[in-house]
Design a protein around this ligand. Structure first.
Ligand code: IVH
Length: 724
């Protein structure tokens, strides 16, 4: 009664006319009825949703569901103030965003250690038992490792308030509006006893069949299809318009919790059952397992079930079930010691090798590419696969017409493993190495000791030119938006581009650009604007863009940080070329020559060995390359001057300790980089240590750091420090 009076008087206070107030009373009464009805409808729709999407056991027809849904919509539109955020009608409520804001996860989203065979799983189990001092079987839970997009959902008082991507594990993107559109996910938890705050972690996935249907729809609409269900899930979650996400067949599966402000069960299995009771979808394969043997059996049965599963999985995850044991086990770097992912082998399939083509790369290398009868493997349809080089072809004895085994794992390029000899047809053809470049017809060469065949056409070869230009504009190089592979191929074919310098002369061909199909004033302006903007770059990007053989972005960064100026790099390259040309003492041994060359400044860099140094020296020794470099600079490409010596030393005065192995750097390389940034590397952890850089298999130093409260970072954390 009280609330009714309040509604009525609040409404009356806004309305001066008493008659309006009199009219209002009957409305308020029916509004109370409307509220009751809306609540009942919401309850019913939530229940139907749960039965349909989570239990897969609907109890009403679609038509009946739609009728209830429309009735609720109509009440909510008559009484907008009755609308609640967690109403089933509000899955697609939000308007398109212009960008996603970033959110810090309340507790970090960790990664998982891996094992690839039974021995490694046994080692994992042994480490767990040793740390816990338990000799009997450990209770684990086993789950599929879902191949999707990791997300973090926050429920406050049982209501979904936020959904975020994993991001780097600490900070992700706020994708709440998109998350809300996922039908099998409750906007409000069922039942009672919800924690005040709950963070649910899980994976958003797209089932195989629905993925195929989505791709068919996209292609029919002239849009680009997704490579695999994981990319489709991740891409759908990152749509700025939630209406698009709502149209995508996405499902969520919970696999853990972050924050849990309430009475958390002592076992993770029980926690997961609790989530399930609250209406959160839990994968049907979640199982409690006693000891190592049960884990092995679980993996074997999951591996068998895998081909028939709609949701793609790339392994299974084993986690210690007991919460207290988890606390005791703790973490290494950013992965828990209480869990491991046992990866499945990469998927393989057989198909027919139809032909072999040789693709010309940026540096003229010819790579044999197998054209295959399309086959679905590892979550994608594969019609091309690499054969690596002629040595590999000979070693595997693959022939055209053969039935071949193809492997594809994750995002890596699919490869041909070998022929199925029992199925070799009589007319299978041996693959011949080309004598001429398939693109420019120049002779090919195969330097002694190398497996790679190269086109000798250099700048004459349009294929090399195209690849060099694609590299020049790529994201880590000058990053020119709107100048993609397709445009470059067209512009090269039409003679608009014959060198990277021509990119900066495209503005003199405005009229020619405007004549092209699909180019209006606006797109030409955008393209020319992006080209102009790319002139403000960094030395590292510029060095990388030059496409010097074996100089990837890491080496380019190192060179830029060390030399600061292009001239300094060029003169070091000259000095190295001079050293290479120096007449060597007649009796010089290989080791002595190595010592002599190793003293050069260029060779002092981490990652620059004899081959890379030779490529750098060779690049700058070539007059045509020097001309291109000066012409580019004359076009106004520039970068900020190097920071003053003190500024370039972001680790000055800091002491770091390295432990474990880093993913990309050797210990020496990490040490050199830290020292180049002014830091000191010591062997043991103390209270004076500023950072411990931990890689995989970090040992007692990491434990000590945790005990002393010293900051622990991983390779990317170190990279961030080095970049200041
Ligand atoms: S547990 C601390 N369980 O794999 C443990 N993760 O490599 C954290 N993933 O991005 C994760 N299926 O999103 C766990 N059943 C599962 C999983 C799973 C897929 C993802 C997870 C994370 C990555 C870790």
């Amino acid at each position: 009664m009280r609330s009714l009076k309040w509604i009525a008087s609040a409404a009356c206070s806004k309305v001066a006319d008493r008659r309006a107030c009199r009219v209002f009373f009957p409305v308020a009464v029916s509004k109370q009825a409307a509220r009751k009805r809306a609540d009942a409808l919401r309850e019913a729709l939530r229940e139907h949703n749960h039965r349909y999407y989570v239990l897969d056991d609907p109890s009403v027809s679609d038509a009946e569901y739609d009728r209830l849904f429309r009735e609720l919509q109509s009440i909510e539109s008559d009484y907008p103030d009755l609308l609640t955020d967690d109403s089933p009608t509000q899955r697609v409520g939000a308007r398109p965003a212009t960008q996603f804001s970033s959110v810090d996860h309340a507790s970090p989203m960790l990664s998982l250690g891996n094992c690839f065979d039974d021995q490694e799983l046994q080692d994992f189990d042994r480490r767990v038992r040793e740390t816990l001092g338990i000799s009997s079987d450990i209770a684990y839970i086993g789950e599929p490792k879902y191949d999707g997009a990791a997300v973090n959902l926050s429920y406050d008082g049982g209501v979904l308030v936020r959904g975020a991507t994993r991001g780097d594990g600490r900070t992700g993107e706020d994708i709440t509006s998109n998350i809300r559109t996922i039908r099998n996910l409750p906007l409000r938890l069922r039942g009672r006893g919800h924690p005040a705050r709950l963070e649910v972690r899980g994976e958003v996935v797209m089932p195989r069949d629905e993925f195929a249907q989505l791709n068919a729809r996209l292609e029919a609409a002239g849009q680009k299809a997704f490579v695999n269900p994981r990319n489709a899930a991740a891409g759908s979650l990152r749509q700025l318009d939630p209406a698009i996400t709502a149209d995508r067949p996405l499902y969520f599966y919970a696999h853990g919790v972050g924050v849990y402000e309430g009475n958390k069960p002592a076992s993770d299995y029980d926690t997961m059952q609790q989530l399930k009771a609250w209406g959160l979808p839990i994968g049907s394969h979640l199982t409690r397992l006693d000891g190592l043997d049960a884990c092995r059996d679980y993996r074997a049965s999951l591996l068998q079930a895998r081909p028939g599963m709609q949701v793609e999985i790339d392994g299974c995850v084993f986690k210690v079930d007991d919460e207290a044991a988890r606390q005791e086990l703790g973490f290494v770097s950013r992965a828990p010691r209480w869990a491991t992912a046992y990866k499945f082998p990469a998927e393989e399939a057989t198909t027919t090798l139809l032909a072999v083509e040789f693709q010309v790369g940026r540096t003229g290398a010819l790579t044999p590419v197998a054209r295959l009868e399309p086959v679905f493997v590892g979550g994608a349809t594969v019609s091309n696969a690499t054969l690596h080089n002629m040595d590999e072809i000979a070693r595997k004895d693959v022939r055209i017409g053969d039935t071949v085994t193809v492997r594809r794992a994750g995002d890596v390029i699919p490869e041909v493993l070998g022929p199925v000899l029992s199925e070799r047809p009589d007319d299978a053809q041996v693959i011949q190495a080309p004598r001429q470049c398939p693109d420019c017809g120049s002779a090919v060469e195969r330097p002694e000791g190398e497996a790679v065949i190269r086109c000798t056409g250099g700048l004459v070869c349009q294929a090399q030119l195209r690849e060099a230009l694609k590299h020049f504009v790529s994201r880590q190089a000058l990053d020119i938006d709107g100048l993609g592979a397709r445009q470059i191929e067209q512009f090269v074919a039409e003679g608009l581009l014959a060198s990277p310098v021509d990119i900066f002369r495209l503005n003199t061909h405005r009229a020619a650009l405007l004549e092209r199909d699909g180019y209006g004033e606006k797109s030409v302006d955008n393209l020319l604007g992006a080209i102009e903007a790319s002139k403000q770059t960094t030395l590292a990007r510029f060095i990388y863009a030059l496409g010097i053989r074996e100089v990837g972005s890491t080496t380019a960064n190192d060179l830029a940080a060390h030399f600061g100026e292009l001239e300094a790099l060029q003169s070091a390259a000259r000095a190295y070329a001079d050293k290479l040309a120096e007449p060597a003492p007649e009796d010089e041994t290989a080791a002595a020559r190595e010592r002599r060359l190793g003293e050069s400044e260029l060779r002092q860099m981490p990652n620059v060995g004899p081959t890379v140094a030779e490529h750098i020296a060779g690049f700058f020794a070539e007059p045509r390359n020097r001309e291109v470099v000066s012409a580019l600079l004359a076009q106004g490409i520039e970068w900020p001057a190097p920071r003053a010596a003190s500024g370039a030393q972001p680790l000055k005065g800091k002491t770091l300790v390295l432990t474990g192995s880093l993913p990309d750097w050797t210990r020496d390389q990490a040490k050199q980089r830290i020292e180049a940034a002014g830091g000191r590397v010591t062997g043991s952890v103390s209270k004076k240590t500023d950072y411990v850089v931990a890689g995989s298999d970090a040992g007692s130093k990491l434990e000590k750091a945790e005990r002393l409260g010293v900051s622990v970072i991983d390779q990317s954390g170190l990279q961030a420090l080095l970049e200041g």
